[in-house]
Design a protein. Structure first.
Length: 344
């Protein structure tokens, strides 16, 4: 095979991995929305792949869950079948992570054997696997916040760290793949657009962190209204807790206010960004994606509104997961554009 064919094969493998990371994040969202994240109280990287196989084992696992504050204060009405339901989602989330490890490691060994991975790829590959291992550790660090403590749910700041770590891994894999399949003649020198692109990514990162805060703290319940927040633009009680630092990270109204405000700001800035991109016609790849961030942020804002006003309905699950999915696609699309306009 030629070098170009080798790069395409490696890039395809990386993009499959990126798709699996997105699915994994969505599975994480499902475990949160179904209150499943604390159903497995132990971290067993190998033996944990096997779920309970008989009634005795199920009862032992259930008894361990009964020791948690979540069961005592929230799910004390659960029977064994209820427990099996939440156990399934957390187990599936963990087994998918293990499957991702197999999908990344086995082709990597094969590519090394076939010499399709050259020396310039080795360090990025090492970083990729380190990020994957870190993500597994951060996941357990998050779960530990609800095991043996008084917390009914995992700590929302740890949830945010887990989420952002997954997104760092995602964009790293995507960027690595782009370097293998996008020719240098597609890159352009647009320093002003590049700076604006980086600013948008920074704003979106903060927005995604606050999205995780919204999810982990259940801040949506504090104001299921739109366009106002319980009838106010600036809701009372938003910054009147222990300290400003506490409010920014723990006050439910403040979390929702910041999350909404950043959404509107991102929409405006991405419109300006798209108008700047529209002026460029020298890159075929950029021409094909220049409107993608605008389309995605528009859909994302609309989904956010519908998620809020339907948060106590049966549509909560599908709207929340779709909202999370589009947020990840928006982040990836902005790294697409950054990749093209980064030429020095």
């Amino acid at each position: 095979m030629t070098l170009q064919q080798n790069n395409k094969a490696v890039a395809t493998w990386l993009l499959v991995g990126a798709a699996m990371i997105i699915i994994q994040v969505l599975l994480g969202g499902l475990t949160r929305l179904t209150d499943s994240g604390l159903s497995i109280t132990e971290w067993q990287p190998l033996l944990g792949s096997i779920p309970p196989l008989n009634n005795t084992d199920w009862q032992i696992a259930f008894n361990k869950y009964k020791e948690l504050a979540q069961f005592k204060f929230l799910h004390s009405h659960f029977n064994l079948n209820d427990f099996k339901f939440i156990y399934f989602w957390e187990w599936f989330h963990r087994i998918w992570a293990r499957l991702m490890g197999v999908v990344f490691i086995l082709p990597f060994v094969y590519f090394i054997y076939k010499k399709w991975i050259n020396r310039t790829m080795l360090m990025p590959m090492i970083i990729l696997f380190l990020l994957g291992g870190l993500q597994g550790f951060v996941g357990w660090f998050m779960v530990k916040s609800g095991v043996g403590t008084s917390l009914v749910f995992v700590d929302h700041t740890r949830l945010a760290i887990h989420f952002i770590a997954a997104l760092v891994l995602l964009v790293y894999v995507v960027w690595f793949a782009l370097k293998l399949i996008i020719n240098n003649n597609q890159l352009i020198n647009a320093p002003k657009i590049k700076r604006l692109n980086i600013l948008i990514i920074a704003l979106l990162t903060i927005q995604l962190i606050y999205g995780a805060f919204m999810a982990g703290s259940r801040a949506a319940y504090s104001a299921i209204t739109w366009p106002s927040i319980n009838g106010f633009f600036y809701p009372p009680g938003m910054l009147h807790k222990e300290s400003l630092w506490y409010d920014l990270f723990n006050n439910l109204l403040a979390i929702q206010f910041i999350h909404r405000g950043l959404a509107y700001l991102l929409l405006i800035v991405i419109i300006i960004f798209t108008l700047q991109l529209k002026k460029i016609n020298s890159s075929k790849f950029l021409n094909s994606i220049k409107f993608l961030p605008f389309y995605l942020v528009t859909v994302q804002v609309i989904l956010g509104i519908f998620t809020i006003i339907n948060y106590t309905t049966k549509y909560k699950l599908i709207l929340s997961i779709t909202h999370q999915f589009i947020g990840m696609l928006l982040l990836v699309s902005l790294f697409f554009t950054l990749f093209i306009v980064r030429k020095k």
